[in-house]
Write a protein that binds this ligand. Structure first.
Ligand code: PLP
Length: 340
């Protein structure tokens, strides 16, 4: 038996994509599958996205793009980060599209110029001259589509003004949050990541936005024992029993992506939420049990209504960071792909 199992439901990806395409009202959906599809597996997610009508695959590194190019020879693939000159040559050979963040536009490769409309990161603050023939797109990125719609709308308006003279180019600024809450941000295409995976860009319940989680993570109780008052579990003795306490050891730890700051989060055991206690180790966590349970009792870490968003709240982070941090090493966790 494996220490833990990750199940990726490509059917849920399909349904999330349909939901987003419906919200887009004619603009293209571009699937953001950087960082191994936020930990979900880029090649598999990209295949489903393309078959459901996503028009472009978006990644960040050249290596991510080349992996997808090998699988999908005719797909449109955009690298969203600036590249080094040697990388641009490789991108040209591989028929990739690249993002340029300054006035220096390379030849012989399809280019998207990035404008900084308020993110304060990469990009030009305005176009100084008309884009040349190999420029196919104008893009920008929203800083606050998940938390400050007013500022996001200022960015959208600025983008509209800057790009108005070049309406023949593909204009794209929207991310998942914008597709769901700022319809006027969609222009010609929207670059959606988090929502494909059925995760909420707002940190709330994805069902509120009609999204369905794609990832399920489960394990089991590898040992069950009772702590007597004064006995502790884990490094630093950060949980000390004050009464006889049944605990279960689950063979998943921070090396698997179960972060140390997830102490206090809950796991689902026999339909009940039970708290994680003590320090999270590299290879295991302890969970407090109501009573003695059998070894091998299933433990759901993510699934059956227990959300990545629930764990993110405990860890004071965002769902993005949790799934990107799940270890993809098959020597630690089994991966199963289903299409339900
Ligand atoms: C990651 C990324 C996205 C996707 O954002 P989501 O919030 O996951 O939809 C879109 N555009 C750029 C430039 C990105 O880096």
């Amino acid at each position: 038996m494996h220490r833990s199992q990750l199940t990726i439901d490509l059917g849920a990806v399909r349904r999330n994509i349909r939901r987003l395409i419906a919200a887009l009202d004619g603009a293209d959906l571009w699937a953001v599958v950087k960082a191994d599809a936020y930990g979900h597996g880029a090649v598999d997610v990209a295949g489903v996205a393309l078959s459901e009508g996503a028009r472009t695959l978006c990644v960040v590194t050249l290596a991510e793009a080349l992996e997808l190019r090998a699988e999908y020879p005719t797909a449109r693939i955009l690298v969203m980060s600036p590249l080094l000159p040697a990388e641009i040559a490789r991108a040209r050979e591989a028929g990739l599209e690249i993002t340029v963040v300054d006035a220096d536009i390379p030849e012989g490769v399809r280019v998207h110029i990035k404008l900084d409309t308020g993110m304060g990161r990469f990009g030009l603050s305005e176009l100084l001259s008309a884009p040349g023939g190999n420029v196919v797109g104008l893009m920008s990125h929203l800083a606050t589509a998940d938390c400050d719609l007013e500022f996001a709308r200022v960015q959208v308006e600025r983008f509209r003004q800057l790009t108005e003279p070049y309406a023949g180019l593909i204009r794209h600024i929207a991310n998942s949050a914008a597709v769901l809450h700022i319809p006027e941000a969609s222009f010609d295409a929207a670059r959606c990541g988090i929502a494909l995976y059925g995760l909420s860009p707002f940190g709330s319940d994805p069902a509120d936005d009609g999204l369905e989680p794609v990832l399920r993570w489960e394990s089991r109780l590898a040992q069950v024992k009772q702590l007597q008052p004064g006995e502790s579990t884990g490094y630093g003795r950060r949980f000390v029993a004050t009464e006889p306490t049944w605990i279960g050891l689950v063979p998943v730890g921070y090396a698997d992506g179960f972060r140390r700051d997830m102490t206090g989060t809950e796991l689902l055991i026999q339909g009940q939420r039970r708290p994680v206690i003590g320090t999270v180790s590299m290879d295991s966590v302890a969970v407090s049990l109501e009573r003695e349970l059998l070894v091998d009792t299933p433990v759901v870490i993510v699934g059956d209504g227990l959300l990545v968003e629930d764990h993110a709240r405990v860890a004071a982070t965002i769902n993005y960071e949790i799934t990107c941090g799940i270890c993809s090493d098959r020597r630690r966790a089994r991966r199963v792909i289903v299409d339900a």
